[in-house]
Design a protein around this ligand. Structure first.
Ligand SMILES: Nc1nc2c(c(=O)[nH]1)N[C@H]1C(S)=C(S)[C@@H](COP(=O)(O)O)O[C@H]1N2
Ligand SMILES: [Mo]
Length: 255
């Protein structure tokens, strides 16, 4: 039962992230201790054809999302760091090389809003900058086995959801990006006090490679749940999936 979503915590050089990683490892231990044999007993199928195995594994993964959602403590904060601890240079990562990062014209940029919200008017950058801003220095952890501390600033996502009149009893918030990446979050994480609609990296607007003009910074999730170059945000009860999520990475991926 190979699991593409298991990060390699031994390659992450962090002492202060130990509690979060220990929780993650505990959850993964619980999952990996279920053998194919146990799975076939539980699911009542022989797990002989690939399709069935696939279906059971996906069902397990969605069950795992629910359990992780229940375990999520909406008040638990991700660790924060001092300015001297910021990683320089901060790594770039995407499903393409850095020179292919989309170049977006900030002056004509519009953020689309749709789904279960009362105000669907699009947003430009000046409107987003006029909302209350907050900063954070937190650690980004990529599933590929690296982590880095960065300094992001922007609109607390909860504030933004309130401004657009989002139905916060809905299950998901989905994101569509200018590079055709996409992702989604559970509502509890969307409303978490450290989830930030980031406009700046350090003192300056986000550079193209880090997601200009807008990215979601979610320090309670793995890196791939932090969409860059956001073009559209929607609130929904229909599971939206994501670029890596749809290829087997665990959707919840909380820390
Ligand atoms: N639009 C978009 N967002 C994305 C990605 C991407 O390919 N496209 N990659 C994700 C992954 S896997 C990581 S680790 C981080 C990397 O962000 P960084 O370039 O700021 O380090 O962006 C995430 N968000
Ligand atoms: Mo990543």
């Amino acid at each position: 039962m190979s699991d593409p979503i298991v990060p390699r915590p031994e390659r992450i050089d962090v002492a202060d992230f130990k509690p979060a990683l220990a929780r993650l490892q505990r959850r993964m231990f619980l999952r990996s201790s279920l053998s194919i044999g146990a799975l076939s007993m539980l699911s009542g199928c022989t797990m002989q054809d690939g399709d069935t195995v696939d279906k059971v594994l996906w069902a397990m993964s969605h069950w795992n999302d629910r359990v992780q959602g229940w375990l999520f403590d909406r008040n638990r904060l991700a660790p924060t760091y001092s300015a001297s601890q910021i990683t320089q240079p901060f790594p770039f990562n995407a499903f393409y090389p850095e020179y292919n990062a989309p170049e977006i014209d900030g002056s004509s940029y519009q953020l689309e809003v749709s789904g279960l919200v009362s105000d669907k008017r699009p947003w430009n950058l000046a409107m987003l900058r006029a909302l209350p801003q907050a900063g954070q220095i937190t650690r980004h952890i990529c599933i590929e086995g690296w982590s880095a501390i960065g300094d992001w600033r922007g609109v607390p996502f909860k504030t933004f959801l309130e401004r657009i009149g989002a139905d916060t009893t809905a299950r998901y918030v989905g994101f569509k990006c200018a590079d055709h990446y996409y992702s989604s979050l559970d509502m509890a994480t969307a409303l978490h006090p450290q989830t930030l609609l980031a406009l700046d990296f350090g003192k300056d607007p986000l550079p193209a490679k880090y997601g200009y003009p807008l990215k979601l910074r979610v320090p309670t999730k793995l890196g791939f749940k932090n969409p860059k170059h956001i073009a559209a945000i929607f609130v929904t009860n229909t599971y939206p999936g994501g670029y890596w999520e749809d290829q087997g990475y665990n959707w919840y991926s909380g820390l």
